[in-house]
Design a protein. Structure first.
Length: 336
């Protein structure tokens, strides 16, 4: 039986709006109760980018075109295009994924959207990309694109984080070169928390949309306890089935929620979260699915060829994923 070729993250491109604001200068914070305002200012987020007049589709296009330009790839050479869908599409019934396909000119690419797992949607996209690359002999590359734009007028998501805008594109191939080899990945979910966070849009005008946590004690305590168990089990299974000892992992990365979340996970899992995550949190805030691509790209410069990294990702819907990656000796381009 022929072994499956290794899947690699050949290159990663990032795109951010030019407009940057300090968190302390956000007018919405003045409207919050004192306790919430103090919490928003204590998250470890200094600035966020704001995509004024730009849709998620615009930002996704920016990241995708930057990657294709840097990699020297014509859009017609793409075999597959996976759009990590945002939580609030521009239109119902319309196709965000094929809109991006048309703008790029990727007319030969199998195209679809991947979503519904919040931040973990990009992990699901990596799983689908890997399946395409390993299972379809005609598929040599897959472009995964994710964009994050605040879905409401408020950037503070109580009691969790503060949102910024931005996008990322990741090219997965079986070339054996690039940033990382995607050695293995595990994705899990639990529908008990399917609507723990939600936006009621059917009976509310858009200007009044709010992100609601339906049960803050469940999020802060019950889900935190379950997430600790989930990551403990997932990481053990991930490393075990790849034959990699825990002490051979040089880098642990995860999505960017708050400085307090990093401290919690370091203690709960007995790992050190790479400092690049805190730096990106401070500069960009929480970017949904974009976080893990941003952190992977920014951590690459300090990693040695052959070094393993574990990339953890979670969502309050709830879903969890961990990926085992190996740094490759060849690099292609730099981030923003």
């Amino acid at each position: 039986m022929t072994a499956s070729p290794p899947v690699t993250l050949q290159s990663i491109a990032l795109w951010f709006p030019d407009d940057e604001v300090t968190v302390a200068g956000l007018p919405e914070l003045d409207q919050l109760p004192v306790a919430q305002r103090e919490h928003a200012l204590s998250l470890g987020i200094d600035t966020v980018r704001i995509g004024i007049g730009a849709s998620e589709s615009d930002m996704a296009y920016g990241a995708a075109t930057e990657l294709l330009r840097a990699a020297g790839i014509d859009p017609t050479q793409l075999d597959a295009l996976l759009l990590v869908q945002g939580r609030v599409p521009q239109y119902l019934l319309a196709s965000e994924a094929t809109r991006l396909q048309h703008r790029l000119g990727a007319n030969q690419a199998f195209t679809t959207g991947v979503g519904d797992l919040g931040c973990v949607s990009i992990s699901a996209a990596f799983a689908l990309a890997s399946a395409l690359l390993r299972g379809d002999s005609h598929c040599q590359n897959v472009l995964v694109v994710a964009a994050a734009k605040t879905p409401t007028r408020a950037r503070y998501r109580s009691p969790m984080t503060l949102l910024g805008d931005g996008a990322a594109a990741v090219l997965l191939t079986t070339s054996g070169t690039g940033r990382y080899e995607l050695v293995d990945q595990i994705v899990r979910s639990d529908g008990k928390y399917a609507d723990l966070f939600r936006i009621d849009y059917r009976n509310v005008r858009e200007a009044d949309w709010t992100e609601e946590c339906t049960d803050e004690p469940t999020y802060s305590f019950r889900l935190a306890v379950e997430s600790r168990k989930r990551f403990t089990d997932i990481n053990a299974a991930l490393l075990g089935r790849s034959g990699v000892e825990h002490d051979r992992v040089g880098t642990f990365l995860m999505q960017n929620l708050s400085a307090g979340a990093f401290a919690f996970w370091q203690e709960a899992l007995d790992v050190t979260i790479d400092p690049v995550c805190r730096a990106n949190l401070a500069r960009f805030g929480h970017l949904g699915s974009v976080d893990v691509a941003l952190n992977l790209e920014r951590a690459a410069a300090s990693q040695r060829p052959g070094e393993y990294a574990v990339l953890m990702n979670s969502s309050p819907v709830a879903a969890w994923s961990s990926a085992l990656l190996r740094r490759l000796p060849d690099s292609t381009g730099d981030g923003e």
